[in-house]
Design a protein around this ligand. Structure first.
Ligand SMILES: Nc1ncnc2c1ncn2[C@@H]1O[C@H](COP(=O)(O)OP(=O)(O)OP(=O)(O)O)[C@@H](O)[C@H]1O
Ligand SMILES: CC(C)(CO)[C@@H](O)C(=O)[O-]
Ligand code: BAL
Length: 300
C-alpha cells in the first residue's frame, strides 16, 4: 500500500534475488478499511516510493554478463480500475464480486477488523489476476493475512501463484528497539515511539516463557503484565500517550484455532503456533507476532 520502508524493501529484495522479473503493486485498497478506519489519512508517499524502488538492484552471482536485476514494473491502478462495479467501505451496501476466506478471517485480526480480510482477499485476487505472478511475497508482520492468502490460492486452485509459491518474509524490525517496521509508525508521537516497542517486548517475554515449558495462560499473563508495567512507567514519567492493549493471543498456525489455556510446548509437539498481539498507542493500532514451534513450516 506504499509509504515504503525497509520491511517492504525486504520483500522486493527477496523477489529480485529469486526471480528474473519483479513487479510491485502500490494500491491503498478502500475495501480493507472499515468506515471508521484511516483510509483518508493513510500515508501516501508515491514519489519517494518510486525513487526507493528505482534504487533497488540485485546482481545474481551466477549471471555471466553481471547483469543487474531491478524492479520491472510498478502497478499503480486507480480505484475505478480495481473496482469496476464501484466500491463503498460499507459491506452491506457493496455491489459486485468479493472474495471471502471463511473460517480463517474471524480470529486474531479478524475479531477486531471483521471486514478486513474480505477486502484483502478480494484485492489480492484481482492483483494476482492482473499480474499473474509465478511467486508472490508477503510480510510476516501481517501473518494471518499471508497464511490466509495461501489458503485462498489453494481453494481457488490458483496457478499464478500456486499456494507453495506464496512466500512469507520475516518481519523487518528497528534494529535497536525491535519495533516491527510499519507504514503506520509515522502516526506515532515522540512519546508513542518510545513506548511502541512494548508489544514486541511482551511477545518476546511470552515466547521465552513458552520455550521454558510455561502454559499458554502463564505466557499471556506475563505479556499482559509487561504492557501494564510499561503503561505505569509512562504515566510516572509524565508521558503523553494513551496505551491500550487490544489483544494478545496464541493460535494454531495452520487452522487458527485458539490454543487451550493449558497448552504447552510439549502438548503442541512442534506444531507451529502464532503468538500475536495488537496495541493501541493513542489512535494508532500496531500489530506484531512471533511463530512458536516449527516456524520454517510457515515462513519460507
Ligand atoms: N516490517 C515488515 N517486515 C516485513 N514485511 C512487512 C513489514 N511491514 C509490512 N510488510 C509487508 O509489506 C506488504 C505491504 O504491506 P502494507 O503496504 O500494508 O504496509 P504496512 O507497513 O504493513 O502497513 P500498515 O502497518 O499500515 O498495515 C505486506 O505483505 C506486509 O506484510
Ligand atoms: C495484501 C495487501 C497489499 C492488500 O491490500 C495489504 O493488506 C498489505 O499490503 O498488507
Ligand atoms: N498491512 C496490512 C494493511 C492494513 O492494515 O490495512
Amino acid at each position: 500500500m506504499g509509504a515504503l520502508h525497509d520491511g517492504h524493501l525486504s520483500l522486493v529484495k527477496r523477489s529480485l534475488a529469486e526471480n528474473d522479473l519483479t513487479v510491485l503493486s502500490i494500491f491503498v485498497n478502500p475495501a480493507q478499511f472499515a468506515p471508521h478506519e484511516d483510509l483518508a489519512t493513510y500515508p501516501r508517499t508515491l514519489p519517494r516510493d518510486i525513487e526507493l524502488l528505482c534504487q533497488q538492484a540485485y546482481t545474481p552471482p551466477s549471471e555471466p554478463s553481471g547483469r543487474t536485476r531491478q524492479p520491472s514494473a510498478i502497478f499503480l491502478p486507480t480505484v475505478q480500475e480495481m473496482y469496476p462495479s464501484g466500491i463503498t467501505q460499507t459491506v452491506t451496501e457493496q455491489k459486485g464480486t468479493f472474495v471471502e476466506v471463511k473460517g480463517y478471517s474471524e480470529q486474531m485480526e479478524g475479531k477486531s477488523r471483521p471486514t478486513f480480510f474480505r477486502g484483502v482477499a478480494t484485492v489480492v485476487t484481482k492483483l494476482f489476476n492482473a499480474v499473474e505472478p509465478t511467486h508472490a511475497y508477503f510480510g510476516q508482520k501481517d501473518i494471518q493475512q499471508a497464511i490466509l492468502l495461501r489458503r485462498l490460492a489453494t481453494d481457488l486452485l490458483l496457478s499464478h501463484p500456486t499456494p507453495k509459491n506464496v512466500h512469507i518474509v520475516p518481519t523487518a524490525r528497528d534494529p535497536s528497539s525491535g519495533l516491527a517496521l510499519s507504514s503506520r509508525n509515522v502516526y506515532l508521537s515522540e512519546d508513542g515511539k518510545q513506548v511502541a516497542p512494548s508489544l514486541f517486548d511482551a511477545l518476546t517475554i511470552a515466547q521465552e516463557a513458552w520455550d521454558k515449558g510455561v502454559d499458554k495462560a502463564g505466557c499471556i499473563e506475563r505479556a499482559v503484565n509487561l504492557i501494564e508495567q510499561r503503561k505505569r512507567d509512562a504515566q510516572e514519567k509524565g508521558m503523553n500517550v494513551d496505551i491500550k492493549l487490544d489483544y494478545i493471543e496464541m493460535n494454531d498456525a495452520r487452522e487458527f484455532e485458539v490454543l487451550d489455556v493449558e497448552d504447552t510446548i510439549n502438548t503442541r509437539r512442534g506444531r507451529p503456533v502464532i503468538l500475536s498481539g495488537a496495541l493501541y498507542m493513542d489512535s494508532t493500532r500496531l500489530i506484531d507476532n512471533l511463530i512458536l514451534g516449527n516456524a520454517r513450516e510457515i515462513v519460507y
